[in-house]
Design a protein around this ligand. Structure first.
Ligand code: N01
Length: 504
């Protein structure tokens, strides 16, 4: 990679900094840039991989692209006149993220290949102590930016371990595996799978797509920008901001149907049904791909070539559940044995049960996994969690979106955290921890807002919901309201203490 790294900490010593950021995707990198801009240079970014980019570094599968328009899917402080298409592909996004990291000179703050294996609050000295694959660190504050779509979720299918061909998760694509002329199974039909299927269908000899739940698909309004448009992005002041505002407004309208009155989603369902009718000839296949829940309940997908790929003779959409995997085959419950050379597991991510939750231990010694396990994944403004002093989350609970750019939410959260860090410094505060009752009220209000949303009433089971059936992932309102909420750090919601070691 073209990225720099700071030295390893010797076994027996601890490196202390004011702030540690865990992870360097859009969120962690954005936080690093903000701290640096604010003149708070005493920080490090601990990144488990050898490059920045997070999910955009990891997801290199064929066809990987963003389903949010490029101009909106960029930092507001680093607009990119170079976008070549309205919806960019992964290499271009990764290139952009790397360029921004270099431009803002924060690569030197990164410790790459640094896996955080434990973060523990030491209440005696009011610090976070971190154990990593590259030594020990301590920090006054920790910003968790390890992402929600970072840990592959692998299905527990009987026999999966005996499979003798190529088998890998969509986020860990094995580019050494040559799929040319092979029989391939793709498990899952989410956002990743619907991009992979059309991208590999011409290369393989035969493709079986294993669908558990049919997703709703809408058209993808993707096109290459013309030379004139690209010239304008470079030379006409304000044009990119104008375009961003237009895209933003258009997308934000969807909140009405998604979060407030799901009946407004019906026209989109009609459009999606039209798409099925016009793009698929086989009536049996049409039936199989028609979802049985209200559109929007699961993430709405966009594609212009997925249905056409399914409607080919060399592709089979299998809807019978998978019973087992054998050395060279996938067997469904009806007893059909389908021989395959390779399996692509496109089954998504551990969102509400991230393994990172298990290695973070708060004030009373309990882990985030324990705390979230009891009450569900809850935070205050998605940023702070009671029992975890001086810890801030980016892309935390209930800050996800299904309809527009996460970068907008991330920037709101970064602003909140940066304001918090400034407030601590200005007021000589050593520890800050959200009041439990404030957090509880906040979450009660969130769940009430969510109760009418399509995610709760749409008749589907999605990764938006945790095992208690609560939606702990999505923001249930207009995103500008979240921005308003995160404009300033509201210190009154917090217990604060000025001295090290004083219990809060
Ligand atoms: O994962 P998913 P993804 N046996 O969880 C099925 C973002 N993203 O990687 O619906 C059989 O959505 C599961 O079935 P069901 C985006 O936010 C964005 O595709 O649970 N099947 C589903 O079909 C997205 O939402 C982009 O019944 C199993 C699929 O696997 C998120 O990432 C591109 C199974 C998983 O779908 C995740 O998307 C890619 C099992 N045991 C991703 N377990 C863009 O911007 C799960 N499934 C374009």
């Amino acid at each position: 990679t073209d990225t720099a790294a700071v030295g390893v900490v010797p076994e027996d010593s601890v490196r202390h900094v004011r702030t540690v950021i865990i992870g360097s995707g859009f969120a962690g990198l954005g936080a690093a840039i903000r701290l640096s801009k604010d003149g708070r240079e005493d920080f490090l970014v601990l990144e488990r991989d050898s490059d920045v980019g997070g999910t955009w570094r990891d997801n290199t599968y064929p066809g990987a692209a963003c389903d949010v328009p490029s101009h909106l899917y960029s930092y507001s402080f680093a607009l990119n006149p170079e976008w070549s298409r309205s919806f960019s592909a992964q290499p271009e996004i990764q290139h952009y993220i790397r360029r921004v990291a270099r431009q803002y000179n924060v690569l030197g703050k990164h410790v790459f290949d640094c896996d955080v294996t434990e973060a523990r609050w030491n209440r005696g000295v009011s610090r976070w102590e971190l154990t990593t694959s590259r030594g020990h660190f301590s920090a006054d504050t920790v910003i968790c930016a390890f992402g929600a779509l970072a840990e592959p979720s692998l299905p527990s299918i009987p026999g999966i371990e005996v499979f003798d061909g190529e088998i890998f998760h969509s986020a860990q694509w094995n580019h050494d595996a040559d799929l040319t002329g092979t029989r391939v199974a793709v498990i899952g039909t989410g956002a990743s799978a619907i991009q992979i299927v059309p991208a590999i269908v011409d290369q393989v000899q035969h493709l079986d797509v294993y669908q558990r739940t049919a997703p709703w698909l809408l058209p993808r309004f993707d096109r290459a920008y013309t030379r004139i448009e690209r010239w304008a992005f470079h030379h006409v002041p304000g044009v990119q901001r104008l375009l961003r505002a237009a895209i933003y407004g258009g997308r934000e309208v969807q909140v009405v149907g998604l979060a407030k009155a799901p009946v407004f989603m019906k026209p989109l369902e009609w459009l999606a049904r039209m798409k099925i009718r016009t793009e698929i000839k086989d009536p049996a296949l049409r039936e199989k791909v028609t979802p049985n829940f209200r559109i929007g309940c699961k993430r709405m997908l966009i594609s212009n070539d997925y249905y056409a790929a399914l409607d080919r003779d060399d592709v089979e959409l299998v809807t019978d559940p998978i019973a087992e995997i054998r050395e060279h085959a996938v067997v469904t419950r009806d007893g059909t044995v389908r021989s395959v050379d390779a399996i692509v597991i496109a089954t998504g991510f551990q969102v509400t049960d991230s393994p990172m939750f298990e290695v973070i231990f708060g004030r009373d010694g309990r882990s985030l996994a324990q705390v979230f396990g009891e009450a569900g994944m809850q935070a205050y403004k998605g940023a702070t969690v009671a029992n975890f002093p001086n810890m801030f989350f980016l892309v935390g609970p209930n800050t996800g979106l299904g309809h527009t750019s996460m970068v907008y939410m991330i920037e709101s959260q970064i602003n909140y955290v940066a304001d918090a860090i400034a407030a601590l410094e200005q007021n000589g505060i050593r520890t800050v921890e959200v009041r439990k009752e404030v957090q509880d009220d906040y979450n009660r209000d969130l769940q009430e807002k969510l109760s009418n949303s399509v995610w709760m009433t749409g008749g589907c089971a999605s990764w938006y919901l945790d095992r208690h059936g609560n939606n702990t992932t999505l923001w249930p309102d207009f995103t500008f309201k979240f921005r308003r909420q995160t404009q300033r750090f509201d210190i009154a919601a917090y217990e604060v203490s000025a001295d090290a070691g004083t219990p809060v």
